[in-house]
Design a protein around this ligand. Structure first.
Ligand code: NDP
Length: 246
């Protein structure tokens, strides 16, 4: 039976590459999108015109009941979820002095509460079936902190605390839980930065000398989702071109 992979935020820059990679490996690929995403239908149509056969469902990952309803529908219509990639995320960057409670809450809810909301829906099934993979997409800025990102750095660091604790709880049941921490990847979010800033401030921080490619992130996710990665759990894997080593 084909395995089912659910990727949250699969219509975004990294998410799309992850969906494509997982489809190429033969998974049944399901993505979520925000309930208000007006471009979701068009994205799905375009991708499926290219032959991918994705399914897409609305889900507000910040909302436990929305996550529950989404996973119930996916399980009924596609099958039980074998691989969950918690990829949906947002930034609301500003210095701590200017940050409002709303900016803090939005980032914590979307990047961290979402991990609980989604994982909670799939974990019992993975444990019962004695196989499962959860991959949490964090960030280099959750590892080292970043100016103007107290909310984002806290949420992304929190994801890895969750990963380590849950990995311990389900390790004997054939379920792995891992974090990946990408550095600067050439998605719209990053390529929107003016070229002179990229050249003068960002690229010099990256020993490899270029931005990462979404396909490189997708390759790591695919490895962690595979049978070969059964002995990797509770890990936080840096994928940042050497920008941050520890
Ligand atoms: P995008 O903004 O392109 O994609 C983010 C996705 O998250 C969107 O598809 C969006 O869906 C979804 N999303 C946001 N809020 C919600 C919500 N409330 N409910 C459901 N879905 C939601 O970002 P990237 O692809 O660049 O980033 C993906 C992940 O990788 C994020 O977690 C990000 O923090 C992390 N990351 C990215 C890096 C980069 O360089 N790009 C570096 C390090 C980490 P919709 O469009 O439907 O609203």
């Amino acid at each position: 039976m084909l395995r089912v992979a659910l990727i949250t935020g699969g219509m975004g820059g990294l998410g799309e590459a992850i969906c494509i990679k997982m489809a190429a490996l033969g998974y049944k690929v399901v993505t979520t999108h925000s309930p208000g995403n007006a471009k979701a239908e068009e994205w799905l149509k375009n991708m499926n015109n290219m032959g991918y056969g994705f399914k897409a469902y609305p889900c507000d990952v910040t909302d436990f009941d929305s996550a529950k309803a989404c996973v119930e529908t996916v399980t009924r219509e596609v099958g039980p979820i074998d691989v969950l990639v918690n990829n949906a995320g947002i930034t609301r960057d500003m210095t701590f002095k200017k940050m409002t409670k709303a900016d803090w809450d939005a980032v914590i809810r979307t990047n961290l509460d979402s991990v609980f909301n989604m994982t909670k829906q799939v974990m019992d099934g993975m444990v019962e079936r004695k196989w499962g993979r959860v991959v949490n997409v964090s960030s280099v800025n959750g590892q080292k902190g970043a100016f103007g990102q107290t909310n984002y750095s806290a949420a992304k660091a929190g994801m890895h605390g969750f990963t380590k604790a849950l990995a311990l709880e389900v390790a004997k049941q054939g379920v792995t839980v891992n974090t990946i921490s990408p550095g600067y990847i050439g998605t719209k979010m990053v390529t929107a930065i003016p070229q002179d800033i990229l050249d003068s401030k960002i690229l010099p921080q990256i020993p490899v000398g270029r931005l990462g490619k979404p396909e490189e992130i997708a390759g790591l996710v695919a490895y962690l989702a595979s049978d070969e990665a059964a002995f990797v759990t509770g890990a936080n894997i840096s994928i940042n071109g050497g920008q941050h080593m520890f």
